[in-house]
Design a protein around this ligand. Structure first.
Ligand code: CP
Length: 308
């Protein structure tokens, strides 16, 4: 039963609940007209203290496509946070206006704090360098739809694995499926945090290796998950400039990849995927964007407890 729950961490959802969400998303994709009014009279609040294109607008499109309404703000500066209001007070206020909210915040743990004070479901739409569970739902639905399974594959995660919240959430979520091998591709300075390695990969005896060059491993991969080196997470510009072009996926690198490998990216990209490969059938990151909206439609329905 998902009605009334918060979604803060990908592990808040059991495998059975994930399946329920993905099955509902599949049905929404097939029969969108059946869902056009299911959230009529319901309001989603989008509380975004940090910039976003996909997450905020896909949540908003999702609610509109379900027949509901949306209120919210897209930056801390346009809310009373600018006057010093706490996240707890903001969410208590929003709960008087809306039925469900999605919150993005630069501080790790802010959506969790909000959920402790909220009478309505709070969805973590990305908290600092920590977690991004709805991106993970997007990634899992994309993989399930395009590869037909969520087990038995080798996935390469490439780029900023240190600050990349999408990667942290995806590893946690995939660690519950069988026979997944992780290849972690990053420069030394942007390696996956020890807590993910120790508490997830080593603890669960999951196969993984860490490498620095994409060329070494691209031929082994069923999925290549690229990420951006995130300027906003660096403490100094010098380190960012030195590392920002560590990986650029282009036609030459893709030559040695399997024909049925898929390339995913949570987006936005800067230049880590050359636009020259956008037309390659393996480039699936814009399909991934669309799955993100459908899976958020399914999630909103489940957390609100509304049915077709
Ligand atoms: N993938 C993702 O979170 O994109 P936005 O930052 O545009 O929301």
């Amino acid at each position: 039963m998902l009605k009334g729950k918060h979604l803060i961490d990908p592990m808040d959802l059991s495998l059975e609940q994930l399946d329920q969400i993905f099955n509902l998303a599949d049905d929404i994709i097939k029969n969108p007209k059946d869902y056009m009014e299911v959230c009529k009279g319901k309001i989603l609040a989008t509380l975004f203290y940090e910039p976003s294109t996909r997450t905020r607008l896909s949540f908003e499109s999702a609610m509109h496509r379900l027949g509901g309404s949306v209120v919210g703000f897209s930056s801390a500066g346009s809310s009373s946070a600018a006057k010093g209001e706490s996240v707890a007070d903001t969410v208590k206020t929003i709960a008087c206006y809306a039925d469900i909210c999605a919150m993005r915040h630069p501080k790790e743990g802010a959506p969790k704090v909000a959920s402790l004070k909220s009478d309505i479901p709070v969805i973590n739409a990305g908290d600092g360098g920590h977690q991004h569970p709805t991106q993970t739902l997007t990634d899992l639905l994309t993989i399930r739809s395009l590869k037909g399974r969520l087990n038995d594959f080798t996935i390469g995660l490439c780029g900023d694995l240190k600050f990349g919240r999408t990667v942290h959430s995806l590893i946690k979520a995939l660690s519950r499926y069988s026979n997944i091998k992780f290849i972690l591709i990053s420069p030394e300075e942007l390696k996956i945090p020890d807590y993910i390695k120790e508490e997830v990969l080593i603890k669960k005896d999951i196969q993984f290796k860490e490498v620095e060059r994409i060329e070494e491993v691209i031929g082994e991969l069923d999925i290549l998950y690229m990420t951006r080196v995130q300027r906003e997470r660096f403490f100094n510009e010098e380190d960012y400039v030195r590392l920002k072009d560590s990986y650029i996926l282009d036609k030459k690198k893709l030559k040695n990849a399997k024909q049925d490998m898929i390339v995913l990216h949570p987006l936005p990209r800067v230049n880590e995927i050359s636009v020259e490969i956008d037309d390659d059938p393996r480039a699936c990151y814009f399909k991934q964007v669309k799955y993100g909206m459908f899976v958020r439609m399914a999630l909103i329905m489940k957390l609100l407890g509304v049915e077709k």
